[in-house]
Design a protein around this ligand. Sequence first.
Ligand SMILES: Nc1ncnc2c1ncn2[C@@H]1O[C@H](COP(=O)(O)OS(=O)(=O)O)[C@@H](OP(=O)(O)O)[C@H]1O
Length: 209
Amino acid sequence: MLSAARSEPQSAQVPRARSDQERTRTDSDDVCAPRRRQPREESVEPPGEVPLLPPFCVKRCLDAESHACNDMAWALLFARLAPCSPRLSRTSLCFLSISFTYACYCVLFPAESLTQKSAVDPTPGRARCQTPVPRTVETQAVRTHSPSPALSTMKFGNKKLPRAIIVGVKKGGTRAVLEFIRIHPDVRAAGTETHFFDRNYDRGLDWYR
Ligand SMILES: Nc1ncnc2c1ncn2[C@@H]1O[C@H](COP(=O)(O)OS(=O)(=O)O)[C@@H](OP(=O)(O)O)[C@H]1O
């Protein structure tokens, strides 16, 4: 009785295993794919009902799964790297171009030559950039390098006789002429009309200076 009772479940398991094998053989290679697509069903099955697959099918399934895993890994790798590669290349190109530009700038314009040039350069623009320099010194430096020798001898702060006089009738536009001429940095004009020759001539040249 006991042997019969034991042999019965074995005989029941064998056909079930055979039916699974037949199923796997009839479906051939495609059996592995749907089983991978439905992993939850496999996990739900109790351990006693795991189908007994022949070794060649198990090997093929394992090979297919390993290939699928490899494919998925490569796909994930490319999916991660593909969007980033243009950014990386752009960033590296920007960094290289900036570095190259800075290197060229350092080679072409070394710091010592720049400092020497700025110390020697007497242009008005550079003189204006040097804020701590007093106004009188700055104007003297500009005047010593100006092409006009008559203006080079003139110094601001000292009262000098005028070198140019604007003469005109009343309402003749003399004020406009004066305003246009005084725009030049080498021209220093009187603030108001002096009227020396017609009203203040008796006060003398000391007053006129
Ligand atoms: N370029 C030009 N064209 C035409 N008109 C001009 C020009 N420049 C100055 N004006 C006019 O001249 C008037 C000022 O002249 P003056 O500067 O000689 O005036 S003043 O006599 O010194 O007070 C004054 O006119 P009014 O405004 O009628 O007084 C200015 O408008």
